[in-house]
Design a protein around this ligand. Structure first.
Ligand code: SF4
Ligand code: SF4
Length: 375
């Protein structure tokens, strides 16, 4: 419904993104094809243009923030593919985070988004408990220059990846390694619509890793949250260097041993690692050494890779669409020959393995096997 009686700038949290949603509103939908959500839903309502334009018009008072409008703002995995195909490199996902925060404050956000926020403390507690079991070993150094940060998703849902990443980090780091597994980076809070709680959670993580020479992240989402989103929310990274596990492995490529039997796998670029942080080559170089073969590629790879559907809290707010996106990615995998898939993101591995029958290999598990002393 259009309304003419409201003042402009109704959504103060959207103010830093005025340029972004205005650009989209006056754009002829140049990135229309790029959004995995609108493709999976066959819906114009969830194209980047439509989500940004509705935020623009709610902000300027020409559109009510109905529950269906607010729901469309949650139809984004944060994959950043629209940004790749945008001349302005427009930050659609970050703008939608702000729009979601307004929807939460207005009480119009989807029930499942409120549930993500309500359940967050329990999720963090479970991750911390899992962490204290997984890394309960005298070899987990209490204080060290190198920190390993596995992330909640891996600790709870991909424990094998989490432990494999820890062992590989210890094997490669040439230094004692301390694990920080008792807190969440806060990304689910940001994605569900509570930037203030995200800021507090991120500040706590930055404090926990402050002074470390090197912090190795298993989950690209956590690394992106610490390196990019925390800065966007006014925080200053405190560790000297934050890197992904694949970057640590690439630094030590001479020590990476091939598997006893060469094999092949197609590499799925995690969105936050590739488009988010520009890390495309490190995992490919390391995997080529481990597998004994260059990785196979999707038709859409590197900057144009298509999401697995695991980001942006979509599996929790709209599991059907999240599953449809994963199935689409798997269909594209079958189209170019099928076989093994390998990815360097615990969330993507979970999403792809739950939505098909193709073997999904974990970068961390392969790396751990390659680093094992008894090989
Ligand atoms: S993100 Fe860029 S290409 Fe896409 S609708 Fe907005 S301005 Fe246009
Ligand atoms: S970031 Fe990805 S999911 Fe979100 S609007 Fe852009 S293309 Fe769609």
């Amino acid at each position: 419904m259009y309304r003419a009686d409201r003042m402009a700038d109704n959504l103060p949290l959207l103010e830093p993104f005025t340029k972004q949603h205005t650009y989209c509103t006056y754009c002829p939908k140049m990135c229309r094809f790029s959004c995995p959500v609108s493709v999976a839903q066959s819906s114009e309502t969830t194209t980047p243009w439509a989500k940004m334009t509705s935020a623009h018009h709610v902000n300027d008072g020409n559109l009510d923030m109905s529950e269906s409008v607010a729901a469309s703002w949650y139809g984004c995995t944060g994959c950043l593919r629209c940004r790749t195909h945008c001349t302005h490199r427009n930050e659609v996902a970050a703008t939608l985070h702000a729009a979601r925060a307004e929807a939460i404050q207005d009480g119009r956000a989807p029930t499942r988004a409120f549930a993500v926020l309500e359940e967050h403390e329990r999720r963090e507690r479970n991750a911390s408990l899992a962490g204290s079991r997984l890394y309960a070993s005298p070899a987990t150094e209490a204080k060290a220059d190198v920190i390993y940060f596995p992330g909640c998703t891996a600790n709870v849902l991909r424990a094998g990846d989490a432990v494999a990443g820890w062992r590989a980090t210890r094997a490669l780091a040439d230094a004692p390694v301390h694990v920080v597994a008792d807190r969440c980076c806060g990304l689910p809070l940001l994605e569900a619509g509570d930037p203030e709680r995200f800021r507090r959670a991120a500040a706590e993580v930055l404090s926990a890793i402050s002074g470390a020479t090197l912090v190795v992240f298993l989950d690209p989402g956590c690394l992106h949250a610490m390196e990019v989103e925390s800065v966007r929310h006014g925080l200053t990274p405190t560790a000297n260097r934050m890197i992904h596990l694949s970057e640590l492995a690439a630094r030590h490529i001479d020590r990476i041993k091939p598997l006893a039997k060469p094999t092949t796998a197609r590499y799925h670029d995690p969105c936050r690692l590739g488009r988010g942080l520009g890390v495309y080559e490190a995992p490919r170089r390391v995997l080529a050494k481990i597998l004994g073969n260059e990785v196979e590629e999707f038709n859409q790879s590197r900057h144009d890779s298509i999401c697995s559907g695991g980001g942006g809290q979509l599996p929790r707010t709209d599991p059907q669409t999240a599953a449809a996106i994963a199935k689409d990615r798997l269909a594209r995998h079958a189209w170019v020959g099928g076989g093994n898939i390998v990815t360097a993101c615990p969330g993507s591995a979970k999403q792809l393995s739950e939505n098909g029958n193709d073997p999904v290999m974990s970068f961390a598990a392969l790396l751990e096997e390659s680093c094992r002393e008894d090989r």
